[in-house]
Design a protein around this ligand. Structure first.
Ligand code: FAE
Length: 517
């Protein structure tokens, strides 16, 4: 278990990998799965190389800040895009996106034919851009989705280990009740409870004690300064400050940033050849390298890992991979939407960017919904209650290689979200009837009620005990492992990173003690 949290961002790359290098362990991606793998491998004494396509977010820009805020996005906001692509794209008839220079920004909205998938890019992966909501899933649902995993081991050992390693903390409830910064959450709670729904506080990796100091004006404002999806300049325990910093402290980790892995294939002799493209900060390929690794850990996220494996299988580089590779992808039932409150129910011109409360209707079989009461930190009173609903949407999709384009697409269609919308409506139609309020139709386009064409929570594509063995091994290829969100079968009922972290802890325990001892 991690003993202490380093506050120094000491997870910087020490050297870039060179063409022709031979290494013991290579981890593709530096999000939750990759950070856990790197820490446990380095602690076991194994020199470990992380290869990450995004940049290392440790150097300030010309404004003295590492990240840009949500109300003034610049090139640092989006991954190689000419225009921002904010999830809440419109307001009262206006598109609020703006043109930016193409740059290796921190948030990607990767477009497939039927869905946009938001992902973090950089050393720390999704932890750099997410809301920090750190939720352990309900045990009965976890047992339902992953029946091959021993729940006692998860709930007694690995979830507690993940929570400690991530630095999860709880909001001071007295402060929550009094601060103007959570007025939006209290309004969301009042209206939910008046319709008979249950609300719950949600733990977070944002340091709530730091946030109190922000309110007092004692420290730099971040969660109270309009920062989250394009990065937090302070306050958040992202992976570069927790797992990755601990791994770097062993002296056995190197991180090669701005390198995108494009291929993995058996090497002549032992191990695997990992092909990667080095890019500059404008996305131009400046070198192609091949590094040979004894062990390769796929931690490129649900989308990144699935795309790589599906294309390697289809192109004949890893032909024996299971036919389950690419299957079982879901969007965690994500639906975003807003309600228009009456003027006597303001949500506040001051809004913390970090969510702290959810509406928990998961146990209702007719409307299994866990809805985060989300902030809309516009800097002015909007009377909008915004929500990100996680629904028990059973729809799944697959990743498929298109030999014509050489690319991998995802078969998800927008219509597959209808079941999630129907579940959401059962809860929020009731609230609207009770409050005599309506849904906003101006936040996700022009007269568009539901943010149903994107997800924050891609899951699956390489499901545990289906595409891999019960510990993430790609058994057809000894030495290849999957450790990220692609192992989770499409839906986990809550925000996913605690589950991804805990599963990675469990699997790495097994892999290190049996395969690498
Ligand atoms: P991830 O963190 O995505 O890491 C994958 C890494 O691999 C990334 O750094 C990629 O740049 C890198 N990569 C990809 N392909 C390649 C390649 N070919 N070569 C080299 N590197 C590559 O994966 N979850 C919560 O639990 N609570 C929240 O409050 C929450 N809020 C969110 C808000 C936003 C805006 C977003 C986008 C996500 C949010 N999530 C939240 C989801 C969470 O961040 C996500 O489930 C995890 O980050 C997934 O972890 P993985 O390790 O699977």
């Amino acid at each position: 278990m991690l003993s202490s949290m380093s506050t120094a961002a000491s997870a910087s790359p020490r050297r870039a990998l060179s063409d022709g290098d031979r290494v013991p362990a290579l981890v593709i991606g530096s999000g939750y799965g990759g950070a856990v793998a790197a820490l446990r491998l380095t602690q076991a004494g194994i020199p470990t190389q992380i290869v990450e396509m995004g940049r290392s977010w440790d150097t300030p820009g010309s404004d003295g800040q590492i990240f840009c805020g949500m109300l003034n996005p610049d090139e640092r906001s989006f991954w190689l895009a000419d225009r921002t692509d904010a999830p809440v794209s419109n307001f009262i008839g206006f598109n609020i996106n703006r043109d930016i220079d193409r740059y290796v920004g921190v948030l990607d909205s990767e477009r497939f034919s039927g869905i946009r998938v938001y992902q973090g890019r950089g050393v720390g992966g999704g932890s750099l851009v997410n809301g920090g909501m750190a939720v352990t899933p309900k045990r009965d649902y976890f047992e339902e989705i992953l029946p091959s995993v021993d729940p006692n081991a998860m709930y007694n050992t690995y979830f507690p280990r993940a929570n400690a390693g991530l630095g999860v903390n709880h909001i001071d409830q007295d402060w929550f009740e009094s601060t103007p910064w959570y007025k939006f959450a209290r309004t969301g709670r009042t209206t939910a409870e008046r319709s008979g729904f249950t609300t719950t506080f949600v733990p977070n990796v944002y340091d709530f004690e730091y946030m109190k100091k922000e309110e007092a004006g004692e420290v730099q404002a971040s969660g109270l300064g309009g920062e989250v999806i394009y990065g937090n300049n302070a306050g958040k325990k992202s992976l570069d400050k927790t797992y990755l910093a601990q791994a770097a402290a062993t002296g056995k980790l190197t991180i090669t940033a701005l390198h995108q892995v494009t291929g993995v294939a058996p090497a002549s002799g032992a191990g695997y050849d990992v092909t990667m493209e080095q890019i500059d900060e404008r996305g131009n390929v400046i070198a192609t390298k091949v590094v040979t690794a004894d062990q390769v850990f796929f931690a490129a996220g649900s989308v990144g890992t699935s795309k790589l494996l599906v294309s390697m299988k289809a192109q004949g580089h890893l032909p024996n991979l299971s036919s389950q590779v690419g299957e079982g992808w879901g969007n965690n039932g994500n639906i975003m939407f807003g309600r228009a409150n009456h003027m006597w129910h303001p949500t506040g011109s001051k809004q913390a960017t970090i969510p702290s409360m959810g509406i928990d209707n998961w146990s209702d079989p007719a409307a299994p919904v866990f809805a985060e009461i989300a902030p809309l930190p516009a800097g002015l009173e909007t009377y909008v209650s915004l929500y990100l609903a996680i629904t028990k949407n059973p729809e799944r999709a697959r990743f498929q290689f298109d030999s014509g384009t050489g690319k991998v697409d995802l078969s998800w269609a927008v219509s597959q979200n209808q079941v999630g919308i129907d579940m959401t409506k059962k809860v929020f139609d009731k609230i609207n009837r009770r409050e005599a309020t309506i849904y906003r139709t101006d936040l996700f386009g022009v007269y568009k009620r539901w943010g149903d064409d994107f997800t924050y929570h891609p899951l699956g594509g390489c499901v545990l005990n289906e595409a891999t063995d019960n510990y993430g091994r790609l058994s057809e290829y000894p030495g290849l492992y999957v450790v990220d969100g692609s192992l989770v079968p499409g839906n986990v009922g809550v925000n996913p990173f605690v589950t991804i972290t805990a599963l990675a802890e469990r699997n790495m325990d097994q892999i290190i003690s049996t395969d690498l001892a």
